[in-house]
Structures are given as C-alpha cells and as structure tokens.
Write a protein that binds this ligand. Structure first.
Ligand code: CAA
Length: 257
C-alpha cells in the first residue's frame, strides 16, 4: 500500500514506522491514523515480525492531534464518530512496540508514545499535554496514562499548566525508559527492538500481556494471572529450547512455538 503520512519498513524481524508529515510536525490527522493502523495491522499479522519501532522526525515525534482538522468538530460529530477511539490500535497491539521519540511529543503525540510499551527518548525530546491551552484536555488517554507513568502531582502539573517536560525530567519521572543522544536514537531503538525480536515471539507477547495486566487489576489477581501464564510457558517449544541451550552452553534457536 502507498502511504502518504508515514513510512513503513521491515528491517529483519523489526517493523519500523516513521511518522512523516513534516509540514505539520507530524500532527495526527485521520489519514495518518488510518495509515498507522493499517501498517500496525500488517505487522501484527506477519509472523516474521517480532517487534515494532514507532518514530517521528528529529524535530517532532508528533505535535499532537491535528488542530486544524478537529477545530470545527461539533459535539455530535465527535460523539457519533467516536472521535479518537480508533487511535487506540497501538495499545491493542499484542506485539511489543517501542516509541523512539525526538523533539516534540505533545498532546496526542505524547499519548501515542505512551500507548507504546516503552519510550526511548532522544536528549532533544520534549513531552507535554498542552490541550488546556486550546480549551480542551487530553483525549487519547493522557489524563490516565500520564498519571500512571509519572504520578498524580506531576500529571496534574503537566495537564493543568500545559508545560513541557524535557528528556531528563521525563526519565527521572519514569515516563521514558532511557535517554540517548539524538543522533543515536534510531540505532538504539533498533538495537532494543532487534534484541526483543530475537527472543521467542509468543513468550514476548505473553510477557507484555502480563506486565500490562498490572495496570488493570489488583496485585493478588495480577500475580495469579502471571503464574497461570508462566505455567503455560512450559507447554512451549521455546521454553524447552531456551533452557536446554543454557545447559548446553549454546545460543538458543527460538522458533516461536
Ligand atoms: N495540529 C495542526 N498543525 C500543527 C500542529 C497541530 N497539533 N502542530 C504544529 N502544526 C503546524 C503549524 O500550524 C505549522 O503549520 P504552518 O507552517 O502551516 O503554519 C507547522 O506545523 C509548524 O509549526 P510551528 O510553526 O508552530 O512550529 P514551531 O517550531 O514554532 O512550534 C510547536 C512548534 C511548539 C510544537 C507548535 O507547533 C505547537 O505548539 N503545536 C501545537 C501543539 C499542541 O497544542 N498539541 C496538542 C494538540 S490537541 C491534542 O492532541 C488533543 C488530544 O489529546 C488528542
């Protein structure tokens, strides 16, 4: 499929999606989101893909929802079309997705990054939920996910003042997993993705599902869920291979079964 707002590549077992709407700092309009969902759906269905990297440009991961597109929306249009719900595809993906963020990740851009499994930030990254400056609030999960990442006080600060957080503060607050020099961002994100994609895909998917369960349940239920999934891993060929390889002092050859 020909994409106009994103670039889609496969590098080994890693799917790479680059948001590519430079004239609007990768502002997320409906065309871009539709393309992103198609690309992610393709990677999700492709057994050869073990991990996905989502990135933007040097200047912007994404500067938010497209203000020009949504500015004139009426309540009925927003309600009847369930505006923004289709953006959730990233968070519904079962394969690991890494956000590689340089420059602005604002509003829906920050929310999109937070839907990924973890964020690697360039030292130039700037995160923010500036929706309040536009007379709205975050609408793609920002009030919920940011609070879970950085806690109530900082989430309130970000959402109520609309201020930006730099990469150093984002790492200190737990929003991003690591900060790297801007010119090494893609290389570092690809290295992490290749590492993940080199493990067993079903095991990585189950691990992701279990970590995500911690957001949705109590500790006791979450641990029970983890235990059930952990037990089920002993039915996989990859568990036998991984542990035999350790004992034999060789590199495991996972076959994703
Ligand atoms: N929507 C539409 N267009 C946008 C945009 C957005 N979110 N962000 C930037 N652009 C456009 C600008 O209008 C400009 O286009 P023109 O050249 O045609 O004028 C182009 O991108 C470049 O932007 P700037 O000239 O503003 O670049 P800058 O370097 O001076 O400033 C910036 C960069 C601080 C990121 C600034 O562009 C900005 O504040 N953008 C808006 C950020 C924002 O408020 N995001 C939240 C959107 S609401 C939302 O996301 C709701 C939700 O929760 C889902």
């Amino acid at each position: 499929m020909g994409y106009e707002n994103i670039r889609v590549e496969t590098r080994g077992r890693v799917g790479l999606v680059t948001l590519n709407r430079p004239s609007a700092l990768n502002a997320l309009n409906s065309a871009l989101i539709a393309e992103l969902n198609t690309a992610l759906g393709g990677f999700e269905a492709d057994e050869k893909i073990g991990c996905v990297v989502l990135t933007g440009s040097e200047k912007a991961f994404a500067a938010g929802a497209d203000i020009k597109e949504m500015g004139s929306l009426t309540y009925m249009e927003a309600y009847l079309n369930d505006f923004i719900t289709s953006w959730d595809q990233v968070s519904r993906s079962r394969k690991p997705i890494i956000a590689a963020v340089a420059g602005y990740a604002l509003g829906g851009g920050c929310e999109l990054a937070m839907m990924c499994d973890f964020i690697i930030a360039a030292d130039t990254a700037k995160f923010g939920q500036p929706e309040i400056t536009l007379g709205v609030m975050p609408g793609a999960g920002g009030t919920q996910r940011l609070t879970r990442f950085v806690g109530k006080s900082k989430a309130m600060d970000m959402c109520l003042t609309g201020r930006m957080m730099d990469a150093e503060e984002a790492e200190r607050s737990g929003l991003v997993s690591r900060v790297v020099p801007a010119d090494e961002l893609l290389e570092e994100a690809m290295k992490a993705a290749e590492k993940i994609a080199g493990f067993s895909l079903p095991i990585a998917m189950m691990t992701k599902e279990s970590v995500n369960r911690s957001y949705e349940t109590t500790l006791a239920e979450g641990v029970r869920f983890e235990r059930r999934v952990f037990h089920s891993m002993f039915a996989t060929e990859d568990q036998k291979e991984g542990m035999s390889a350790f004992v034999d002092k060789r590199k495991p050859q996972f076959n994703n079964r």
